[in-house]
Design a protein around this ligand. Structure first.
Ligand code: C5P
Length: 227
């Protein structure tokens, strides 16, 4: 009997700390990391650079299929992302790219064309996969599925702190309303909507620091015999 390479799926809404948890977990376990949101962001950035409309499903699906991307781990600094040889690590994190990503992510042909590319990340000794549908669609048989939650307000405060935006400002209100509208779009789309898998473990991170979340995740991994 072949033993499948283990996957830990880490899903949840924007700003919940999935990226930080997934990066820390992959470093701790020395497993590979899939940042699936980056793929949607890359499709969106490519589309905007070549002036493709964000609802042109056929062209966007072609972009998703042929995306010339390279991920390279920079020890201690995270992952560098190149698109056709151009370092776009920072460019894809901009708010407007995230917003465009959630639009292209609603298109079934785009999602379908990114599916195999995501599954290819599953190589020994293991994979930590960060996204919205890792446990429901991409790796439905993952032996551990985590679904992170936190209130929209907590997530907006974390995002504002990262950007040094004061909480009683118009910019804060905009961050908060953007989080709400992105959640709504991600949760209400018909293809792969954001929702926990039936067998996911829900971790509410509203009151927890990253170290506490990481410890809980490691306990679950050890309990399930994955490491
Ligand atoms: O996680 P991140 O904010 O980088 O993702 C950007 C957007 O890509 C999300 O708002 C979501 O719409 C989309 N996405 C998705 N499925 C994933 C990962 C991201 O639909 N697995």
């Amino acid at each position: 009997m072949s033993v499948e390479t283990p996957v830990v799926a880490v899903d949840g809404p924007s700003g919940v700390g999935k990226g930080t948890l997934a990066l820390s977990l992959s470093a701790h376990l020395r497993w590979h990391l899939l940042d699936s949101g980056a793929l949607y962001r890359l499709v969106a950035l490519s589309a905007m650079r070549q002036r493709t409309a964000l609802d042109d499903e056929t062209t966007l699906a072609g972009i998703a299929r042929t995306l010339p991307v390279a991920f390279s781990v920079q020890p201690g600094q995270g992952v560098r992302i190149d698109l056709a040889g151009d370092d776009v690590t920072r460019a894809i994190r901009e708010e407007h790219v995230g917003d465009a990503a959630s639009r292209v992510a609603a298109l079934p042909a785009v999602r379908a064309n990114l599916l195999e590319r995501q599954r290819d990340f599953r190589t020994a000794p293991g994979l930590v996969a960060d996204g919205r549908d890792m446990g429901t669609v991409v790796f439905p048989h993952a032996p551990l599925k985590l679904f992170l939650t936190a209130s929209a307000e907590v997530r907006a405060r974390r995002r504002a702190a990262q950007l040094s935006v004061p909480e009683n400002s118009a910019t804060f209100e905009k961050i908060y309303s953007d989080i709400i509208s992105r959640d709504q779009r991600d949760a209400s789309r018909t293809t792969a909507p954001l929702k926990p898998a039936d067998d996911a473990v829900i971790l509410d991170t509203s009151e927890l620091g990253i170290d506490q979340v990481l410890r809980q995740a490691i306990t679950l991994i050890v309990d399930r015999g994955l490491q």
